[in-house]
Structures are given as structure tokens and as C-alpha cells.
Design a protein. Structure first.
Length: 325
């Protein structure tokens, strides 16, 4: 009887598909070329990201799981039986299980609203239902913004909104501020927000986390070109590109690029674009910002959040912060 415990909403689905070709046109038809990182997550890209999470060099996932385990005892005092769990960018929902366990223990049942742009949401939701008997899922397949819009004024139930994995790090400081404001304005009094943020650390550790020895991160980065080939009728030759990443210390961020190895022209039919790339020209694909604790405090403070607690691992590599409105 999984059916009556699972439903999906896809509020802006047609918009997502229509704008892929358009967004690619605008982001590649300019001198500083980029591809938005949300386009990493087709089925293949989502699977590759899950593989990244298990790599020895990629510390964020392991470390965040370690911190989430501390929350088994330390989160319940902030909760009661009237909460549901909402997750932004739920992906494979691996870390979610720790939170669902906390709720199951606390109230015997859980209501879960995952929000993810990737269809991986359906697969992970079905897996969760197999393992949690008293779980009800409303899956929202949409962008974060679309999901938050859906949640706004939805009902009177209290929300614990999760935004884990330092996905927030993809935002520029300005966009990040705006996004936190959006979350704040979606929240009702009594709602809680739990955000996972990666911390500034040794450059070596950071750089190998984003350029692993097995080349999975490179494959993840290059996969965005295969996706454009498949979905937008393009002819990128992946052998003519390489994964390029670095830690920019002054801006406190990992920067990822695809580097053109030769002078080349690429046709992207559905975007109506003939793309000319010079040898060594870079296409920017991702920022992954890292934070200091004082900056996290300011970030959250600036939009009027009240900080309840910050948890860290013992190496101070990663942080989880719980706030209320
Ligand atoms: C999903 C955005 C949190 O920035 O660490 C991992 C994505 N990119 N390796 C991150 C990513 C390359 C990841 N986030």
C-alpha cells in the first residue's frame, strides 16, 4: 500500500524544460561562458554525484553524516509532534534517513516533502517508503524557488526545512542572501530551518575533494556536456574538454570549469547556437563557497534568523546550523 502514502507535484515542469535551451543560449553566447550547476543533475549526473559522496577525498557528505548523528539526541528538544520535514535538494535522500529516524522515534510517523529538480526524487521516495512504514511523502519536482512557492501558505503544520550538503555554497553571496530571504519569508512563526555549510579549511583538502584521484568529479563535470548533446541536439566532443578546478582563497570558493583543449566550434541545435571556443578557454560550471563561523552567523543574522544552535564535527570541517524566524 505504497500508493496512498506517495504523491508528486510538478508545478513548473514545463517551464524547466523550455528554459534549458534558452538558458544555455544566454549562458554560452557571451564572453564569460557558464553553465548553471543545476543542469548537472540529470539521471547520470545525479548518480555520479552520489558516487562523489562516497569518494575518500570528498569529506563533506561523510562529515555531515557524522554531525547529523549528534543530532539524534540534540535535535528532539527543538521539535514536537506537529512538525513535518521539508528538504530542499533532497537528491538520493541518504542523509534524510537520519532525520526521519529521529522523527519516527519521536512521534511514530513522519510527513516528508522532498523538493528536487531531478527525477531521482521518485526513485529515492519509493526506496524510503519501503523502509519506513509510517512515512507519507509529497514529492515536489521543481526548482528550490518553485518548491518554496508551493510550500508558502500550504497549511498550518510546522515545517522543519532542511538544506543540507552545503548546496547553498553554489550561490554567489548576493544570490545567497536573496535565497535566505526567500526561505525566511516562506517560513511561519515556529518553523525551523537547518542548513549545512562547508567551512574554510586547508587548500589541499579542498582541492582534492573537487579533483579526486578516480576522476569521478571530472566525469560529473563533463557529463553536463553529454546532457546538452542528448537534450539539445549538440555535438560537443568530450575528448576536446578537460575538468579544471581550483580553490580561490580570496573569494573562499572552489571554482569548477570545463576547459576547451583546442580551437573548436560546437553546434547546439535546440539553442540555435554555433559556439566558438578558443584553446584554453574556460566554461564556468560551479562555485562551491566555503565559510567561516563568523560569516555564517552574519549570513543568517542579516536576514533576521535567530540562531538556535550550530553543530560541528571534531575537525571543524563542516557545520550544521538550526535557526528560527
Ligand atoms: C552539491 C553543490 C554541495 O559543491 O560540494 C561536488 C557539488 N561539485 N563535487 C559541492 C559538487 C563537485 C556539491 N554540492
Amino acid at each position: 500500500v505504497i500508493d496512498d502514502r506517495l504523491r508528486y507535484f510538478k508545478p513548473h515542469a514545463s517551464k524547466i524544460e523550455k528554459t534549458f535551451a534558452e538558458e544555455i543560449f544566454f549562458s554560452l553566447n557571451r564572453c564569460c561562458k557558464f553553465i548553471h550547476p543545476k543542469f548537472f543533475y540529470d539521471k547520470k549526473g545525479s548518480d555520479l554525484f552520489e558516487k562523489i559522496c562516497t569518494l575518500p577525498e570528498y569529506y563533506p557528505t561523510k562529515t555531515e553524516i557524522e554531525i547529523l548523528k549528534q543530532l539524534q539526541d540534540e535535535l528532539p528538544p527543538y521539535l514536537d509532534k506537529t512538525f513535518r520535514v521539508v528538504e530542499l535538494g533532497s537528491g538520493a535522500s541518504v542523509k534524510t534517513r537520519i532525520i526521519l529516524d529521529i522523527f519516527t522515534k519521536l512521534c511514530g510517523h513522519v510527513e516528508y516533502f522532498p523538493i528536487d529538480i531531478s527525477e531521482i526524487l521518485t526513485e529515492s521516495s519509493e526506496n524510503l517508503l519501503k523502509d519506513y512504514e509510517h512515512l507519507h511523502i509529497t514529492g515536489i519536482i521543481d526548482t528550490y524557488e518553485g518548491g518554496l512557492e508551493f510550500l508558502k501558505n500550504y497549511d498550518d503544520k510546522k515545517n522543519l526545512i532542511l538544506f543540507l550538503g552545503s548546496s547553498f555554497g553554489n550561490f554567489s553571496p548576493m544570490d545567497g542572501h536573496e535565497f535566505l530571504q526567500k526561505i525566511n519569508s516562506t517560513m511561519k512563526p515556529g518553523d525551523l530551518f537547518l542548513i549545512g555549510l562547508d567551512l574554510v579549511k586547508d587548500k589541499q583538502i579542498l582541492e582534492s575533494a573537487y579533483d579526486d584521484s578516480q576522476g569521478v568529479t571530472a566525469e560529473f563535470n563533463l557529463n553536463i556536456l553529454s546532457r546538452i548533446n542528448d537534450e539539445l541536439d549538440a555535438d560537443f566532443n568530450l575528448n576536446n574538454f578537460s575538468h579544471h578546478s581550483l580553490y580561490n582563497e580570496s573569494d573562499q570558493r572552489i571554482e569548477m570549469y570545463l576547459k576547451s583543449l583546442v580551437n573548436q566550434s560546437v553546434v547546439i541545435s535546440k539553442s540555435n547556437l554555433l559556439l566558438n571556443l578558443k584553446k584554453d578557454e574556460l566554461i564556468h560550471t560551479e562555485y562551491s563557497h566555503k565559510y567561516r563561523l563568523s560569516q555564517i552567523r552574519k549570513l543568517l543574522d542579516d536576514v533576521g534568523f535567530e540562531i538556535k544552535h550550530t553543530w560541528l564535527d571534531d575537525k571543524n570541517h563542516f557545520s550544521l546550523t538550526l535557526v528560527s524566524k
